[in-house]
Design a binder for this molecule. Structure first.
Ligand code: AP5
Length: 218
C-alpha cells in the first residue's frame, strides 16, 4: 500500500467528481474508487442479505443506509476500511479517490495510515447549479438521496464538514481548483492538465487507436 500514490477528487454533491474521475481513470489507466459507490455497493446487500450475515452486521448496514438517505456522513472507520480493501485489491500505483476525505478527522486518519495526497482536484460549482443537476438526475437515478430534502442536507453537510478539508489542503498548496460550471469536456481538459503536472500519463485510448491504425496499414 505504501508504494501507491493518490489524488483526492473533491467538490460539492453533483459537482462532477464521479463523471470526471471515472472517465479520466479509464483513459489513462489510473486506479479509481468512489466512496459513495463503495457504500452503495455495501447497502445493496440489504436487498438480498446472505444467510450467514449476523444481526449486528445487518443493523450496521441499515444504519449506513439511513445516514446516506439523510445526507449525513457515515463513520470514518467504515469508509477508510472500504478504501483500503479496494486499493489493496488492485496493482494500480496511481489512484483517484473520489468523495474522500469529507471531514477533517478523515484527513488525519488517512494521512496517519497511508500518507498525503499528491494533490487534490477541487471541482468548484455554484450551489444552485448543483441543486439543479441533482434534481434532474433524481428523475431517473433511483438514488435514495437525489430528492430535494436530501440534496439540501447533503449540501449543508458539504459546507459544514467538507469545505474545511478543501481549505486545509489549500493551506498546504495541494489544491488544483477547477471551474466545474462548464461543459463536461471543458472540465475534463482542465482536470487532465492539472493531473499531468504530477503524474506522467499516457492516453490508453489514443494509444489503442494508433495501434489499430498500424495494424490496418500492415
Ligand atoms: P457520493 O456518492 O459521493 O455523493 P455526492 O458527493 O453527493 O456526489 P455525487 O456522486 O452525487 O455527485 P458527483 O460530484 O460525483 O457528480 P456526478 O459526476 O455524479 O456520496 C453519497 C453519500 O455517501 C454521502 O452523502 C454520504 O452519506 C456517503 N459518503 C460518501 N463518501 C463518504 C465519506 N468519505 N465519508 C462519509 N460518508 C460518505 O454528476 C452529477 C450529475 O451532474 C450527473 O447527472 C452528471 O451527468 C451531471 N454533470 C456532471 N458534470 C456536469 C457538467 N460539467 N455539466 C452538466 N452536467 C454535469
Amino acid at each position: 500500500m505504501s508504494t501507491k500514490d493518490f489524488i483526492f477528487v473533491l467538490g460539492g454533491p453533483g459537482s462532477g467528481k464521479g463523471t470526471q474521475s471515472a472517465v479520466i481513470a479509464k483513459e489513462y489507466g489510473i486506479g479509481y474508487l468512489s466512496t459513495g459507490d463503495l457504500l452503495r455497493e455495501t447497502i445493496k446487500k440489504l436487498e438480498n442479505p446472505p444467510k450467514d450475515m449476523s444481526e449486528e452486521e445487518l443493523n450496521k448496514i441499515k444504519e449506513l443506509a439511513g445516514i446516506m438517505k439523510n445526507g449525513g456522513l457515515v463513520d470514518d472507520k467504515t469508509v477508510i476500511d472500504l478504501i483500503k480493501k479496494k486499493m489493496s485489491s488492485s496493482k494500480e500505483e496511481h489512484w483517484f479517490i473520489d468523495g474522500f476525505p469529507r471531514k477533517m478527522s478523515q484527513c488525519e486518519a488517512f494521512a496517519a495510515e497511508l500518507g498525503e495526497p499528491v494533490t487534490c482536484l477541487y471541482i468548484n460549482v455554484p450551489e444552485d447549479v448543483l441543486i439543479n443537476r441533482l434534481l434532474k438526475r433524481g428523475e431517473t437515478s433511483g438514488r435514495a438521496d437525489d430528492n430535494e430534502e436530501a440534496i439540501k442536507k447533503r449540501l449543508k453537510t458539504y459546507i459544514e464538514e467538507s469545505q474545511p478539508v478543501i481549505e486545509h489542503y489549500k493551506g498546504k498548496g495541494k489544491v488544483a481548483e477547477i471551474d466545474g460550471n462548464r461543459s463536461i469536456d471543458q472540465v475534463h481538459e482542465s482536470c487532465v492538465e492539472a493531473i499531468k503536472k504530477h503524474w506522467k500519463l499516457q492516453n490508453k485510448v489514443e494509444e489503442a487507436v494508433k495501434n489499430s491504425k498500424c495494424c490496418l496499414l500492415i
